[in-house]
Design a protein around this ligand. Structure first.
Ligand code: ADE
Length: 242
């Protein structure tokens, strides 16, 4: 899979990708990331990429020609590239969205800057995605989030691919509590059941803990879950006696 990142700050995107899981995935060729500098597609002699907003107001707006020129250059490489604009006005980026994007051969991530992009650029993108309800100074960090979340799902990116399935959100729930050695840390012991070797009991305990944690921290996620009768009863008890 290939990501193009359309940005005024290519290093801001490429540098952080050199480490850990992402660094290895790039080395192994599981994924390719190409950063295109939007300034290279500016038409005027000053290579301007932003300008004052029509109608007045604070801040600058990214001009359409350099952005659309960069998008066209990606499409000339792969006419089927899926073009994503990163902006706080987009639809929320979720694990499900990461799975969906992992199915494309080429994804182009368009990073806005300043106060926004000229509205007419939206006519050249397939979708608009936000990584959360807060405002970043540009789409670069958002692009990194998307690249990392998608790459983890690609075959060959993780040592143990099943870990991507067990993680938080993959089953639509938060992850159960994890422990490693020592068995007792500053007086706090690891739950007995995890030392029992009884894998069925451990599985049940983890499912219950994941359920309780999700119910307490993210009740919105529970609504989408298919619960067994005993799990439903457990949550009802919790509701009566939290
Ligand atoms: N650009 C600025 N803020 C953003 C956000 N929350 N998500 C995606 N892109 C952004």
């Amino acid at each position: 899979m290939t990501f193009y990142v359309l940005t005024l700050f290519p290093e801001m995107v490429l540098e952080p990708l050199r480490f850990s899981v992402m660094g290895k995935a790039l080395e192994k060729g599981v994924v390719r990331v190409k950063a295109l500098n939007v300034r290279d597609y500016a038409r005027d002699k000053h290579k301007m990429t932003d300008d004052y907003p029509y109608g007045g107001g604070q801040g600058m707006v990214m001009k359409p020609e350099p952005l659309v020129g960069t998008i066209r250059s990606v499409l000339s490489e792969d006419p089927r590239a899926w073009v994503v604009l990163l902006s706080p006005q987009g639809i929320p980026f979720t694990q499900k969205a990461a799975h969906r994007l992992s199915g494309f051969r080429t994804v182009a991530l368009v990073c806005g800057r300043y106060e926004g992009v000229d509205e007419r650029v939206r006519g050249f993108v397939n979708e608009e995605v936000s990584v959360g309800d807060y405002v970043l100074s540009g789409g670069e960090l958002a692009a990194l989030i998307v690249i990392e979340a998608v790459t983890r799902l690609l075959p060959g990116a993780l040592h143990a691919p099943e870990s991507a399935q067990e993680e938080s959100f993959s089953g639509g729930m938060l992850e159960y509590p994890q422990y490693t050695r020592p068995a007792v840390f500053e007086g706090k012991a690891v739950p007995e059941i995890l030392l029992s070797g009884n894998h069925q009991k451990i599985r049940q305990w983890r499912r219950k803990e994941a359920l309780l944690r999700t119910w307490i921290r993210r009740p919105d996620l529970i609504r989408a879950q298919e619960l067994s009768e005993s799990e439903r009863r457990l949550l009802e008890q919790l509701q009566d006696d939290p």
